[in-house]
Design a protein around this ligand. Structure first.
Ligand code: GZL
Length: 337
């Protein structure tokens, strides 16, 4: 997996003038990838895109952003929905290779198992750009760049958000964690970031239950119901996304407890329904994860197609903010997703 933080630290140490060169130097994909050989041209770019699925409000907003940005950029988009199955993404990528698209992009549902198909894309001379989620690979030349968020930092931000939510609270804090899709970068890294802050600063916190809800509302509802059956003393829910938190709220209410009060809730994403729940006090804080990656992706596609992939950093990071419940109502009207 990308050592995102290490890479960024190294990059930050380089003077501004040299930073792109440093990224290019550091990024083996740039020097040897096919992206610098395409040379581009005036013909319309064809982009083959494999989407994870349609599991959450975040994913719907991400899909809309990709489609709208491709249209605005004059890029011919071939789009497929993998229904959260890796085999469907691999098939889609192979199909794009067979169709000889100019560039391939995808959001990998899980971090492992991609080297074989990415080597086929490289052999076909088709550059690959990752969006949203990262992959683990021993060969960095298999993709040009990643357009997406730092999930480990999001996990840390969620822990700091919980510190705010618990302000003034003393004594032990028992936490239930709804994890994202097993093996997915956001699930792995959000859990890692949260645990890092907990270990460093909060011996009074303990995670007494942790299980995947697969980023879906149904999954969050079902797993939270099981948590509540097994534990009568849950103080906090840390949910890896808003959709699972919204499902969990239904189970908390069914158990006769008040979400946001009896059980504090910290979540990630910042989708519309998450903000609505927060404005009702059912969610106490949300760490935003920006799904509107389309414009940045299309800029990267054009750069790679023009043979300038080596000018791109290894990771094109998205900007995002955190919100507490008292900010929700005022922020809702201007939310873009
Ligand atoms: C994060 C993205 C995650 C969202 C979920 O970038 O991959 O997948 O947090 C979505 O809502 O299902």
């Amino acid at each position: 997996m990308i050592d995102r933080r290490g890479f960024l630290t190294a990059g930050a140490a380089v003077s501004a003038a040299g930073i792109l060169a440093a990224c290019a130097k550091k990024n083996p994909a740039k020097s040897s990838s096919s992206s610098d050989k395409t040379g581009g041209g005036s013909k319309q770019i064809t982009l083959g895109f494999s989407q994870v699925g349609s599991e959450s409000g975040w994913r719907a907003a991400n899909t809309q952003s990709v489609k709208e940005a491709a249209k605005a950029a004059g890029i011919n988009l071939k789009f497929s929905d993998a229904q959260q199955k890796q085999e469907n993404q691999i098939s889609a990528i192979r199909s794009y290779i067979a169709q000889k698209v100019d560039v391939i992009s995808f959001s990998p549902v899980v971090v492992t198992g991609w080297d074989t198909v990415l080597k086929e894309a490289k052999a076909a001379g088709i550059p690959v750009i990752l969006t949203d989620r990262s992959v683990e690979t021993s060969d960095p030349s298999l993709y040009v760049t990643l357009v997406g968020s730092d999930f480990e930092i999001e996990g840390e931000r969620a822990a700091h958000m919980l510190e705010k939510v618990l302000a003034g609270h003393t004594g032990p804090v028992k936490i239930a964690q709804l994890e994202g899709t097993t093996g997915a970068a956001p699930a792995i890294e959000r859990a890692k970031g949260f645990a890092k802050i907990m270990k460093a600063s909060h011996p009074e916190w303990s995670i007494i239950a942790s299980q995947t809800g697969d980023f879906t509302r149904a999954g969050g509802k079902q797993v939270m119901a099981a948590f509540l059956q097994a534990h009568s003393d849950i103080d906090v829910l840390f949910s890896h996304n808003d959709d699972m938190a919204i499902g969990a709220i239904q189970s908390i209410q069914a158990a006769g407890k008040t979400p946001g009060k009896d059980i504090k809730i910290v979540s990630v994403d910042g989708v519309h329904d998450g903000f609505v729940a927060m404005s009702k006090g059912q969610i106490n804080g949300i760490v935003e994860c920006n799904p509107l990656l389309g414009p940045q992706l299309m800029d990267a596609v054009k750069t790679v197609h023009a043979g300038k992939g080596s000018t791109l950093p290894r990771w094109i990071k998205t900007q995002e903010t955190d919100y507490t419940a008292d900010q929700a109502a005022a922020a809702l009207p201007s939310r873009k997703y």
